[in-house]
Design a protein around this ligand. Sequence first.
Ligand code: FAD
Ligand code: SF4
Ligand code: SF4
Length: 446
Amino acid sequence: MTVAYVDPSSNIRDEIASGSGMPELPEKIWFHKTASAVIDAGRCIGCGGCIAACPSRSIGVADDGKPTLIKMCTGCSACWDYCPLAGLRVERLTKLLSDELTDSQAFPVVGDGQGENELGEFGVSAASSVTTNFRRPFIGGSDSLGRVSSAYSSRAISKAAGAQDGGVVTGIVAALMKAGEIDGAILAKKHDAFRSSPFLATSVEEVLGSAGSVYHQSHPLSILNQSLPAGVRRLAYVGTPCQISVLRALQKYPWQYRDTAAGAVVVTIALFCTRSFDPDSLEEAVRLSGVDTSSVSRLDIREGQLIAQDGLGVELLNSPVRRFSAAGLIGCEECLDFAGLNADIAIGNVGSERGRSSVLVRSEIGERMIESAASSLTLEILDDLTPISGIADQDRKRAEKTSARGIDSDGALWISYGEHLARYSGTDRSPKAPPGYRSYHFDVSC
Ligand SMILES: Cc1cc2nc3c(=O)[nH]c(=O)nc-3n(C[C@H](O)[C@H](O)[C@H](O)COP(=O)(O)OP(=O)(O)OC[C@H]3O[C@@H](n4cnc5c(N)ncnc54)[C@H](O)[C@@H]3O)c2cc1C
Ligand code: SF4
Ligand code: SF4
């Protein structure tokens, strides 16, 4: 095949391969190719999927906060294949997972998914009376909202300090731990209002201490790369929709030579998400708005506004979030999943009044977990999902416009490096050769 692009990431490995006259396996991808197409092209969304997927544990995080080689790369291609901005076509994965659910009759399909559901009501009669009847699939009927078996506006009966909205995520995870459904939970631990790091909570106290949202992607999936403490076998995973999709890929296509803790995750909770931010850029932008950022203890994104508060709840900033879009992650613009399509449960504030969270239950596991946590929550049926589907549709349109590779639920699940180069070369997201430090070990080893 003739290619009309120049690979900016050509490196000593490529030279050895072509010099030996023995071309490498077609589309064998070294980490420096992933770096070139995603990380140094400015498209990385910090999910940590590449770190989790690397069988030789060769990827860490550099001082610049980006995934970087810390050991020799074996060219196994896993970092490429599981990266949602590189090889993994997330919308195809979503379709495959959704078809599996339909085939297993967990979600008997009724209607054409294009509007009002013939069955009308949810299969739920009253607050905190939860059913496992999947009577209303495809609520709202849009691809961007996904499958919903039941939906609630909810609040934790005892809300954890620092909880973002209804404290429902923390309430569910804590209740599941108390009930023995899980013995660990992968969450994000807040360092300050702008920054977090991934965290494995193994006690209810640790879960309660991790309440609240941080609009920072700190490579949370990387924690799947670590060994689990003794006795920890069943995990909940809380994260943004992109993280949940990569986790699903790791679960569905595990590496035969390598375990990750992905197989231990028994329930996934997605947080609705329109975009995440580079923490330093966001802090700087907030500072330039006249706010002493050392006083900010909490950030909220609600109804299109970015709200900053100090430790006493005094509002320091209330400004349209679009003013801070330059601090947003560029890769998020290519993301079509606002509502956590591949999670068991998806939770956000859109669609519920202040102090409550909207909860979409998507799977039989999700229903069972909500039932298990129901006594810790107030659950009111959420009938109007249009605020959620409206934002989900907007995000999908943004992705369709921004993604150079296009959105194609029926396309190949894995996108090759060659195809990526062909699609992205010459765009403002075109691949860029990584700096030496990102693939340093690659140059000096072997
Ligand atoms: C980057 C980002 C963007 C979001 N954008 C929207 C939006 O546009 N619209 C909307 O309705 N909702 C959005 N949310 C979700 C919203 O902020 C709340 O998280 C959600 O409503 C749940 O609130 P809660 O009070 O029930 O959760 P809480 O009880 O406060 O629990 C939140 C849980 O999420 C975990 N967590 C927090 N930040 C992260 C993170 N970055 N990665 C992984 N886990 C994390 C915490 O450890 C905690 O366990 C966003 C969240 C994030 C992280
Ligand atoms: S988007 Fe995720 S998987 Fe891709 S390079 Fe960044 S951290 Fe790794
Ligand atoms: S907008 Fe999409 S890619 Fe960005 S953090 Fe949210 S879920 Fe991930």
